[in-house]
Design a protein around this ligand. Structure first.
Ligand SMILES: *Cc1c(COP(=O)(O)O)cnc(C)c1O
Length: 381
């Protein structure tokens, strides 16, 4: 529990979770792939029109599955943004692949598609865009580059569920996409995730890899008469207890997304003039993007002002937080050749970005307190 009266995040709860969990317990089926797993994956599958959705134990594990499905080997290269969560990169490094760090655009903080082509080599196997804050990357350009060079696109869509780019759902562009249902995301079950499979060529191996390298899923569908070890794999199935929790959340998706949209626009409208006056950069959502309302961030004019701002908010019992440190400058990133100046936009914005408290159950009174504290910030510190 946060000691701040207004924490950065409170895991969203709809109130329906407990009765669904009780139902799962009463059903006598608590391991993976039972009735609630089917219900939760069907919601995403039907809402997005994705051919196959597999619930996983996390987005990290869904990313690891994508690396196994691609059969990545040492020497293969995967292009990733430097400005992302460590799992976007680690999943591929685990298979021995070399990460190639791409910088981000100054406006959306998404992978800069104009710098992508220069990073492609004969060893490039995949591009992994992250739809930062739930705002779509420039998918037309990214898909075009990928097609021309014969490389796969895996969308890390941890922030982007139910967002759109040019009218198309995020998570439906790449051959695969990954979702997170960690407690910090729009929809959560504590720890959880999903692998979306858009390219049917990957569907069978995805099932096998998720089921410890066996063809157990085909066995249960009656397609083979015994199940056996057929490939590499691991255990990536969440239990029915988690799937029941998640089903309750996904069924309330309109209410949850509606509440988040209202919070986002309230922040934007209340802070726009203030931001203009003090040279704070507000979030940019391009015309052709319907964002998923994952977070509300701002770019402060400098690191010193961000530090002073966060301290000021904390003194009011409010906890804003910064976000990713450039991965190419981390200890691991440097082992892969990362050096200062390689991703200048990432290096700059990472020092200045601050995220405001943003959670499904945030009350108008709480949000007003946050806004009033922001407007009270003394710029002469
Ligand atoms: C949260 C997050 C992940 C990891 O999600 P888990 O479900 O915790 O493994 C990966 N990528 C991005 C961009 C994230 O925000």
């Amino acid at each position: 529990m946060s000691s701040f009266p207004i924490p950065f995040n409170k895991p969203g709860v709809t109130g329906i979770e407990q009765s669904y969990i009780a139902e799962a317990i009463a059903s006598g089926h608590l391991s993976g792939d039972g009735a609630f797993t089917k219900r939760a994956s069907a919601i995403v599958q039907e809402a997005l029109g994705v051919p196959k959705v597999l619930l996983t134990t996390s987005c990290t594990h869904a990313l690891e599955m994508s690396a196994m499905i691609l059969d990545l080997k040492p020497g293969d290269e995967v292009i990733v943004p430097s400005f992302t969560f460590v799992s976007t990169v680690n999943a591929y490094v685990l298979r021995g692949a070399t990460p190639v760090f791409a910088d981000v655009r100054e406006d959306t903080l998404n992978m800069d598609e104009t710098k992508l082509e220069a990073l492609i080599t004969p060893r490039t196997r995949a591009i992994v865009p992250v739809h930062y804050a739930g705002v779509g990357c420039e998918m037309d350009a990214i898909m075009d580059i990928a097609h021309r060079h014969g490389v796969e696109v895996i969308e890390d869509n941890a922030h982007g569920l139910f967002g759109k780019y040019k009218g198309q759902w995020l998570g439906t562009f790449g051959s695969m996409a990954t979702q997170s249902f960690h407690e910090t995301k729009n929809f959560q079950c504590g720890e959880g995730g999903a692998l979306l499979i858009n390219d049917p060529r990957h569907a069978e191996r995805a099932e096998i890899i998720r089921e410890k390298g066996t063809n157990r899923s085909r066995f249960f569908r009656g397609q083979v008469d015994k199940y056996t070890w057929v490939d590499v794999g691991s255990s990536y199935l969440p239990s029915e207890v988690l799937a029941a929790f998640l089903t309750a959340q996904l069924e309330q998706r309109d209410a949850i997304q509606g509440a988040r949209a209202a919070l986002w626009h309230t922040y934007y409208d209340a802070l726009d003039d203030w931001a203009c006056e003090f040279h704070v950069r507000m979030p940019v959502v391009p015309e052709d993007c319907d964002q998923a309302y994952h977070m509300f961030y701002m770019l402060m004019p400098s690191l010193a002002l961000r530090t002073a701002f966060i301290d000021h908010m904390k003194s009011r019992g409010i906890l804003p937080v910064f976000h990713y440190l450039p991965l190419h400058l981390s200890d691991m990133g440097r082992k892969f050749g990362g050096e200062p100046g390689a991703c200048p936009v990432t290096e700059d914005i990472s020092d200045r970005l601050v995220r405001l408290p943003f959670y499904n159950s945030m009350t108008p009174e709480e949000q007003t307190r946050v806004i009033e504290a922001i407007l009270d910030f003394d710029w002469k510190v």
